[in-house]
Write a new protein. Structure first.
Length: 400
């Protein structure tokens, strides 16, 4: 009862959700100077909750319903049977015919498919609510007949994106829900077809581990993309000090921060699977889950390293900007220093004294006095330039 109340009170209005974007781990803030459309770019597709607060759990997330693609895979050590869009009411009976049954659903907005699966496999309504509300953090919720596991799979489309992958783990079945259509688990399916090894001989818990491991490993190429992006930013900084560079650094740093916020719950969820006793997870599978937990730790370390590189690049950029400003100020100072004595000479001989009286600038009446004054100023300017050159102040490689 307390759990139900907690979930009801977690249903804020759309306005309150917008006013509390910091509570949403999937929201990306646009970088300063970025185009207006960047404001709509999200690290994760956040479809929000149901339209009406207090609506029945699992009624939808406000998106237009789309037909889901259901893929059935039943296998054991001897055979593999696959079927696309089978009759839902026949799937429960098929669990008796195979060692492991995997039902993969692409798309979470097909209410009829969700209802039939929940009814056939006795899936908890609160878990089904989290399936269709795709902004969940990675977590593990134990129920009476199954485990409910939420993960987020990483993709890169110009910027980082994640999709929610929720799965139900039962005694001999796994039901997975992929938020976006497009079979991101085809490599796992291919392993089942071609291999007669551990995946075919183990139980449903090992299949669930394989799916979780696929989700976690999806972040490694994602971070490789960001490593390449950081290398490109460093090259751009060395070539030009464009103001767009700071926007790219800020955008990348925000993406990495949000990826870290996405990855940390994965480590906690996997450690919970390892630590807690669950009837549907064997001790042998826990050994493999420990390796998966190590991968999450490696990813978090990589994210921290990339964020530190972002900070270093920002400092590098600011240092170059400061050095360039120092060069400009140095050149202006040299020019001003040269013209100070010249201004003194011209100001001195520009005074309006009566030259016919004694002691009042008799040199103004000398022949070639103008040429002499120009020669004096040229000598002073040349002497100062030679002095600055000897001190190394005219070279951009030397400190002023």
């Amino acid at each position: 009862m307390s759990k139900t109340k907690r979930r009801i009170f977690r249903k804020p209005s759309r306005r309150s959700r917008r006013s509390k974007q910091n509570n949403n781990p999937n929201q990306v803030k646009p970088a300063p100077g970025s185009p207006p459309e960047a404001a709509s770019a999200n690290l994760c597709h956040d479809h929000g909750r149901a339209e009406d607060p207090g609506d029945h759990p699992g009624n939808g997330n406000g998106e237009a319903p789309r037909k889901a693609i259901v893929r059935f895979t039943g296998f054991g050590s001897e055979r593999v049977v696959e079927e696309t869009n089978p009759r839902i009411d026949t799937l429960k009976a098929k669990c008796q015919q195979f060692t492991v049954v995997w039902i993969d659903v692409e798309g979470v907005n097909d209410a009829e498919v969700n209802r039939q699966l929940a009814q056939a496999f006795h899936l908890h309504p609160l878990a089904m609510e989290d399936v269709v509300n795709t902004h969940q953090r990675a977590k593990v919720d134990p129920y009476h007949e199954h485990l409910f596991i939420v993960t987020r799979k990483g993709h890169f489309r110009e910027r980082a994106e994640t999709e929610q992958v929720a799965m139900f783990l039962g005694p001999n079945f796994v039901i997975s829900f992929q938020e976006m259509q497009g079979d991101s688990f085809e490599p796992v399916r291919d392993r089942i077809r071609k291999s007669s090894g551990r995946l075919r001989q183990a139980g449903a818990d090992f299949l669930a581990y394989t799916l979780i491991d696929s989700v976690v490993d999806s972040y490694f190429p994602l971070l490789d993309r960001y490593a390449d992006r950081l290398d490109g930013i460093e090259d751009d900084i060395a070539q030009s000090l464009s103001s767009e560079v700071t926007a790219r650094i800020h955008e990348t740093r925000n993406d990495l921060l949000l990826l870290r916020r996405t990855m940390r719950p994965h480590r906690d969820a996997i450690n919970e699977l390892i630590r807690d006793e669950h009837d549907v997870i064997s001790e042998n599978t826990r050994v493999f889950l420990r390796d998966c937990a190590d991968h999450t730790s490696q990813l978090i370390d990589l994210l921290e390293t990339h964020r530190e590189v972002c900070t270093d690049l920002r400092d590098y950029y600011l240092s170059l900007v400061s050095n360039r400003m120092n060069e400009v100020m140095k050149m202006l100072t040299i020019i001003a220093t040269i013209f100070i004595p010249l201004s003194f000479v011209t100001g001195l001989y520009g005074m309006n004294f009566n030259t016919e009286l004694p002691g009042n600038m008799p040199e103004l009446n000398w022949p070639y006095a103008y040429v002499g004054a120009l020669g004096l100023m040229a000598t002073v300017a040349g002497s100062l330039l030679y002095y600055f050159y000897r001190k190394g102040w005219l070279s951009s490689d030397e400190e002023f």
